[in-house]
Design a protein around this ligand. Structure first.
Ligand code: FAD
Ligand code: NAP
Length: 539
């Protein structure tokens, strides 16, 4: 009999975890407090306790080829950026087709997870669940925490003098569902993240006036990137990542700022980040600059104080007669069922090896899936994290020593600051653990033998090697070789562009203009030169 693994939550992280446990011969039981899979993507018209809550108009900001389960491409007629209902449909189909539903206990809350008295020897956990008002305690050999991190609102009301006197209403973006109630109103949105900008843009169509207040500004990116392709298909490539990392920080930062300002000059729109080169998550919004140009929306600095009806900003300007304030100020993570010191083992900081494993455990039988955030999609990240965790639980992978794990954490958190590139500084302050997507995925892939071996591919399958290196770093790459290999990965990689353009080429006018035959030759040549240069540098 395989080891019994408890999985908390049946969002995308939970589903990936169930599947990976099954692949390793483990026995998963997933507990989900709601009545369906999908987690955040299961829309509800009111915010539910303990579960993420999204608004009706949410569309993904990752494209379909970059945010699929790595052996389960979206149907080719799916749009590149999906409405939440479309993504939920995909997640449900994945759960059904992969036969995962039978491992999920719905409407079951996990209220406590504690080490068993025998933990030092067995690594077992005592898990208390609640269903229909009844409590039950069950022993498991390992636990995967997949409960999400966009659940508990960060509502910094204490940082705003005078808010207690404000006579309009204020609430967190988690409680925003749609614009209808705001027709003709004057609304202040605090926070320039993706929630704040989506909500402000939507409101700007029917509210009388909308303003966004931001402390530090943000880069705003279009979902439509070079040549009209989805941004992540062009930006998240191994070649682009190599170029970004090969230059000294000064040049790389300059190029980054230049690229971010290509669409429009952020300074002229009040959006310019205080720290331009900081790789903070950008805002993805195609309409924000246009709503600013139309005067329907304006950007303001931090709020200095509120009066009964208005806000005064740091620059002395006022927004008068405000009806509503929406705090789009993000989220705090919390695991109310777990002793905090397991995840924050030092100075109240998250100390997790690779953002997954608590390093101080006598037995490595607990993993957090989905907490790491990168400029890449959540689903493939969760899949790779869960594959590694399942292998560790099944004893087919061994974690480094506690000291090695702590050293790695110190290095990543910027304590040792060996180099600026991967330090905490580069990604700014964040509640989640932010990191560079491809670097992180390759690291995880290396632990389980799933990192694509590009020199080997170059020798055996050059066409594929070119697409893997120059093309989008799509999830299929991590099921191309090694344990957990998916036979369809090669074909999925070579056809990813076809699925990308299929839903938009709805009116075909003439024979498609194909890439010049010399283009591939050119790519092949530059790739060889690059490889040669790397070899020369290292040997
Ligand atoms: P969740 O989806 O939050 O699922 C957690 C599940 O655990 C829930 O079903 C919850 O009910 C359950 N649960 C929690 N506690 C318990 C408990 N104690 N007992 C039992 N069950 C419990 N990422 C992208 O990659 N691309 C995007 O385009 C994108 N867009 C986003 C848009 C918005 C508005 C937000 C807020 C986030 C977006 N994200 C996006 C990030 C998003 O977090 C991930 O896509 C992903 O949904 C996270 O999945 P998860 O399974 O880790 O967590
Ligand atoms: P977020 O990304 O954390 O942004 C929160 C914003 O609030 C930041 O701009 C921050 O300002 C500001 N803020 C935080 N604390 C503040 C304070 N004390 N005072 C003033 N401002 C404060 O949160 P989010 O926008 O809700 O997004 C959460 C996640 O969901 C992100 O990963 C996002 O990509 C995702 N999301 C995706 C979509 C989509 O796909 N369409 C939509 C919404 C959200 P500073 O910059 O000054 O720190």
């Amino acid at each position: 009999m395989g080891k019994r693994v408890a999985i908390i939550g049946a969002g995308v992280s939970g589903l990936a975890s169930i599947r990976c446990c099954l692949e390793e011969g483990l026995e998963p039981t997933c507990f989900e407090r709601s009545s369906d899979v999908g987690g955040l993507w299961k829309f509800s018209d009111h915010a539910e306790e303990g579960r993420a809550s999204i608004y009706q108009s949410v569309f993904t900001n990752s494209s379909k080829e970059m945010m699929c389960f790595p052996d389960f491409p979206y149907p080719d007629d799916y749009p590149n950026y999906m409405h939440h209902s479309k993504l939920q449909e995909y997640i449900q189909t994945f759960a059904q087709k992969k036969n995962l539903l039978r491992y999920i206990k719905f409407e079951t809350l996990v209220s406590s997870i504690k080490k068993c008295p025998s933990f030092i020897v067995t690594g077992q956990w005592d898990i208390v669940i609640e269903k229909d008002g009844n409590q039950e305690s069950i022993i498991f050999d390992a636990v995967m925490i997949c409960s999400g991190h966009h659940v508990y609102p960060n509502l910094p009301t204490n940082s705003f003098p005078g808010l207690e006197n404000f006579q309009g209403n204020y609430f967190h973006s988690r409680d925003y569902k749609g614009p209808d109630a705001f027709k003709g109103k004057r609304v202040l949105v605090i926070g320039l993240g993706n929630s704040g900008s989506d909500i402000a843009v939507e409101l700007s169509r029917l509210a009388a006036q909308v303003m966004i207040s931001t402390r530090s500004g943000s880069w705003v990116m279009s979902r439509v990137w070079d040549d009209g392709y989805p941004w992540d298909m062009v930006y998240v490539t191994r070649f682009a990542s190599f170029l970004r990392n090969v230059f000294p920080p000064l040049i790389s930062d300059w190029l980054y700022v230049k690229k971010m300002n290509t669409w429009f000059k952020h300074e002229n729109y009040g959006l310019m980040p205080l720290n331009g080169p900081l790789r903070k998550e950008p805002v993805f919004n195609d309409e924000l600059p246009s709503r600013i140009l139309c005067g329907a929306l304006s950007i303001k600095p931090s709020v200095k104080l509120f009066t009964e009806t208005s806000a005064m900003f740091e620059d002395g300007t006022m927004f008068e007669a405000i009806d509503s304030i929406i705090f789009a100020t993000g989220y705090n993570y919390a695991y109310p069922f777990l002793d905090d010191s397991i995840i924050k083992s030092r100075n109240n900081e998250i100390t997790l090896f690779k953002g997954i494993f608590p390093p101080h455990m006598e037995k490595p039988t607990l993993a957090v899936i989905g907490l790491v955030q990168s400029l890449g999609a959540a689903i493939p990240t969760a899949d790779l994290q869960a594959r590694w965790a399942a292998k560790v639980f099944a004893d087919s992978c061994i974690l480094p020593t506690m000291k090695e794990m702590m050293d790695d954490i110190d290095e990543k958190m910027g304590k040792k600051l060996k180099c600026l590139f991967f330090s905490f500084l580069r990604f700014g302050q964040s509640q989640t653990l932010q990191t560079d997507y491809i670097t992180y995925m390759d690291e995880l892939g290396s632990f389980i033998g799933a990192k694509p071996n590009i020199p080997w591919l170059m020798l055996t399958d050059p066409q594929l090697a070119l697409e893997v290196y120059f093309g989008p770093c799509s999830p299929y790459q991590f099921r191309l070789m090694g344990p957990g290999k998916w036979d369809g990965a090669r074909n999925a990689i070579l056809t990813q562009w076809d699925r990308t353009v299929k839903p938009t080429r709805s009116r075909v006018v003439s024979e498609t203009q194909r890439q010049h035959p010399f283009f591939n030759l050119f790519k092949m040549l530059s790739f060889s030169v690059l490889l040669l240069a790397i070899l020369l540098v290292f040997y």
